[in-house]
Ligand binder design. Structure first.
Ligand SMILES: [Zn+2]
Length: 338
């Protein structure tokens, strides 16, 4: 099969589109013929070596949708040809966290890599039927961003009337967070780069206030004036180094800062008293419960949630897809089609 893999960490040029051995499904596993793969920032971090180097070549990609090509022994409830979506959280399935639906806290938890390929093998527990009314590209756009956002909003106690400060609101995770927060009745202050032009579309998705920002700009004073000098109830920060201190300052006493990425770098320093004296919480977010994807996919089929795709690329242009995500002000997801 054709696949995009990496052998060494680096820039987009280390992505290699080449022929590799097609995997075969073992006991309890399903072989999926992928038709679309979602590109996530995590793929870029894996490519850069943030999770370590590669002992063997690794195929990237955690989100994907396609058709079942073959079933391993013991698989039931699925049929060859059925349209399915991959649920990217892999865990032991037997510990107290897995049994309690808290798979990301399982000691064996990992996020699947391998959807930048014509075929992928996954356990049947990671296969979710794809609702009709969605394209493969749309179905592949949901997984990581919506699972992550739904999980952290729930854990952080999102509730009607609360104010959410949302950095990078125009990205895949940002739009997922915006849509899910509005369903929960939150007021959303969306922050976007000054180069981002589509603020009207952001308002269509429910952004109540929009702050345009560039590195070094003071977002804090604008947030304080929009919140009667109290700060946001919750702040979602996927940017990290460039913004995290402002996130703490712009969040009210007793509020929550969700750390869900570090696209501008991962080293931050702040005076701890600013955290404990103001009784704030920091919540680390990394995917979420395996129960979320089967629950929310039907909401897309019914039009209650909207998949937003910025751009699609053919699989062989995965390097261009990564460059686009790294250098552009996207609106929604980047998808690879195959
Ligand atoms: Zn487990």
């Amino acid at each position: 099969m054709r696949a995009v893999q990496v052998r060494e960490p680096g820039g987009a040029t280390v992505l290699q589109y080449q022929e590799v051995v097609t995997p075969e499904p073992g006991c309890g596993e399903v072989l999926i013929r992928l038709r679309a793969a979602g590109v996530n920032h995590r793929d870029i971090w894996v490519r850069q070596g943030a999770f370590g180097g590669f002992a063997t070549p690794r195929i990237l990609g955690s989100d994907g949708a396609g058709e079942i090509e073959a079933l391993g022994d013991g698989v039931d409830g699925f049929q060859v040809g059925q349209r399915v979506v991959l649920n990217p959280g892999m865990a032991c399935g037997a510990c107290r966290f897995c049994l309690g639906g808290e798979q990301p806290s399982c000691a064996k938890f990992r996020i699947f890599d391998g959807t930048y390929a014509e075929y992928a093998v996954v356990p049947q527990t990671n296969v979710v039927p794809m609702p009709s009314g969605l394209t493969f590209a749309e179905a592949a756009s949901v997984g990581v961003p919506f699972i992550t956002a739904e999980d952290f909003l729930q854990k952080a106690g999102a509730a009607p009337g609360m104010t959410l400060l949302l950095w990078a609101a125009n990205g895949g995770l940002g739009l997922a967070t915006l849509q899910l927060a509005k369903r929960r009745g939150m007021r959303v202050i969306a922050v976007v780069r000054s180069t981002f032009k589509q603020t009207d579309r952001l308002r269509q998705f429910g952004a109540d206030e929009i702050i345009r920002w560039d590195a070094g700009d003071d977002v804090l004073s604008e947030v304080m004036s929009l919140t009667q000098q109290q700060g946001a109830d919750m702040t979602v920060d996927s940017l990290g180094q460039a913004t995290f201190e402002q996130s703490l300052e712009a969040t009210r006493r007793g509020g929550v800062v969700v750390s869900v990425g570090s696209t501008t770098g991962g080293l931050v320093s702040f005076e701890l008293g600013r955290l404990f004296r103001r009784r704030q919480s920091i919540l680390g977010a990394y995917l979420g419960s395996s129960a979320i994807l089967p629950r929310i996919l039907p909401l897309f089929a019914r039009g209650e949630l909207v998949p937003v795709i910025d751009h699609t690329f053919p699989l062989e242009q995965a390097d261009q897809a990564h460059e686009h995500l790294e250098t552009s002000s996207v609106f929604g997801k980047i998808i690879l089609e195959l």
